[in-house]
Design a protein around this ligand. Structure first.
Ligand code: GLY
Ligand code: MN
Ligand code: MN
Length: 472
């Protein structure tokens, strides 16, 4: 999934140095000599002999694209090559992972270990100056480590993680290419009459990923389902009528996530036009992204633009200033305009004031904003404006003075469509931003893969929905 023009070997060498320097600084601030990072373990199901799907600790995969092997450890002392204790049990019930090979492995001293005891034996006897990152279960807690997840160390690492290395940007481009491929297949399945569940299967197949390898549970919502922000039902039955599809789905590449949303209208020109306006609004917000901009200003500007759109679309009955000041815009746009993206879909550190700690407050009344920092080159963020017809929030507005400012007949007309979200992933630069998602859709359109997977034009095809309809 990487752009073959990239020299991954060189990119990873630079990235690995950045990660080592970052940990060395964090250790100095914490006054520790070394760090032990655990990949994590798959939790056991109660009273069963099965385990929940393994999800690797993000702090671990910042070191290496090793995402599917539980109980590995990385031990790092500044100035020395990191030690990777690779969990390879002798177990005739399960297939142990093969020793990794690839562009990244020469940057580690890799030792296969059959169990925890073997891992402990390869670590220094005295770990009293070694910080631990991960979930310290009773066995790890007995190893005499300095402490688990010391706040100063973690703050330094989390704060720095917002700025991506060139290697990480390459991974995020790869995740967007994969995600775009899935979205194209999903749109085609929708056009062909697939259910939500069948669209999920089309998405997974096109990405070549199993469900547990996705960065988050997909949101594939027909009709009113689109008004549930994190709808994850995956209905197996076809709805009585098809009005709209909102699909929020991303893929993972080498441990890095994409987070992409598109909305489609099924043959309704009015709703298709509204999607088109939202797409234009989203693009104008993307154009305002550059290093030095306070993300809170972008969020508030998104509310103003959304409030203007709501008034133009005859959904609200007051100007944008009033809609924002009275909280009316939040009835239709209750979530933040975007968040940091990287090793996690909602990446850590969004509110941090500095590596030393402290939080930057959200604007009053905007409690769900996940990012309040000033953008820096190398940040990767999502841009995801939307409008939704959410029963709970509409009922709340009905009970107060906002009720008179809503055109309820228009709301009733649009409720069967659920809502609209358009979401892209942006890499911030000094001059603006690189739109990783639109670039990925363009690359697919230019290549043979698009021809294989693209929605065919037919009478059943979703109606035009701005540039979102063509996936980018
Ligand atoms: N997919 C979750 C989000 O957009 O934040
Ligand atoms: Mn998002
Ligand atoms: Mn999303």
């Amino acid at each position: 999934m990487f752009d073959c023009a990239l020299d991954l070997d060189t990119l990873f060498a630079q990235h690995s140095q950045i990660i080592r320097d970052r940990h060395a600084r964090a250790l100095a601030a914490e006054n520790c000599a070394a760090v032990l990072v655990h990949a994590g373990a798959a939790p056991a199901v109660f009273a069963d002999d099965q385990y929940y799907s393994f999800r690797v600790n993000a702090a671990f995969k910042s070191w290496a694209p090793l995402t599917d092997v539980p109980d590995c450890f990385i031990y790092f002392e500044p100035g020395r090559i990191p030690l990777l204790l690779f969990n390879s049990p002798l177990d005739f019930w399960y297939k142990s992972a093969d020793l990794p090979q690839g562009y990244w492995t020469r940057h580690f001293d890799i030792r296969a270990v059959a169990d925890r005891g073997a891992a402990r034996a390869l670590l220094p006897a005295d770990l009293s100056h070694t910080a631990f990152i991960g979930v310290a279960d009773a066995e790890i807690a007995s190893w005499g480590l300095a402490g688990a997840n010391p706040p100063t160390l973690v703050a330094h690492l989390d704060f720095a993680r917002a700025v991506k290395s060139d290697y990480e940007l390459a991974c995020l481009r790869g995740a967007n290419l994969l995600g775009a491929r899935g979205h194209v297949a999903a749109a085609r399945a929708y056009a062909a009459g697939a259910t939500e569940f069948e669209i999920q299967l089309a998405f997974l197949t096109a990405c070549g990923l199993r469900e547990q390898e996705l960065p988050y549970n997909t949101i594939i919502a027909f009709n009113e389902g689109a008004s549930v922000l994190h709808y994850q039902r995956l209905e197996r039955r076809a709805p009585a009528a098809r009005h709209s599809l909102l699909i929020d789905a991303g893929a993972e590449c080498a441990g890095y996530a994409s987070d992409i949303t598109r909305t489609y209208s099924f043959g309704n020109a009015d709703f298709a036009a509204l999607i088109g306006h939202m797409d234009e609004l989203q693009q104008s917000l993307c154009a305002s992204v550059r290093a030095g901009t306070d993300w809170r200003d972008i969020h508030l500007s998104a509310h103003h633009l959304t409030a203007e759109l709501l008034q133009e679309a005859d959904i609200t009955l007051c100007d944008a200033d009033e809609a924002v000041d009275t909280g009316l815009s939040s009835v239709f746009l209750p979530h933040g305009i975007g968040h940091l993206l990287g090793l996690q879909v909602h990446d850590v550190g969004g509110w941090m004031r500095s590596a030393e700690g402290g939080e930057i407050a959200r604007p009053p009344g905007h409690d769900y904003l996940r990012l309040t920092r000033v953008l820096e080159p190398g940040f990767v963020v999502t841009m995801e404006p939307g409008i939704y017809f959410i029963e709970q929030l509409l009922n709340e507005a009905l009970a107060d003075s906002r009720a008179q400012k809503i055109n309820w007949a228009r709301v009733a007309q649009l409720r069967p469509f659920g809502g609209i979200r358009v979401e892209d992933d942006l890499a911030v630069t000094t001059a603006g931003c690189e739109n990783l998602t639109r670039d990925a859709f363009s690359a697919l359109r230019a290549g043979p893969e698009y021809l294989e997977a693209a929605p065919r034009s037919s009478s059943a095809a979703p109606a035009a929905s701005g540039s979102a309809a063509s996936g980018g």
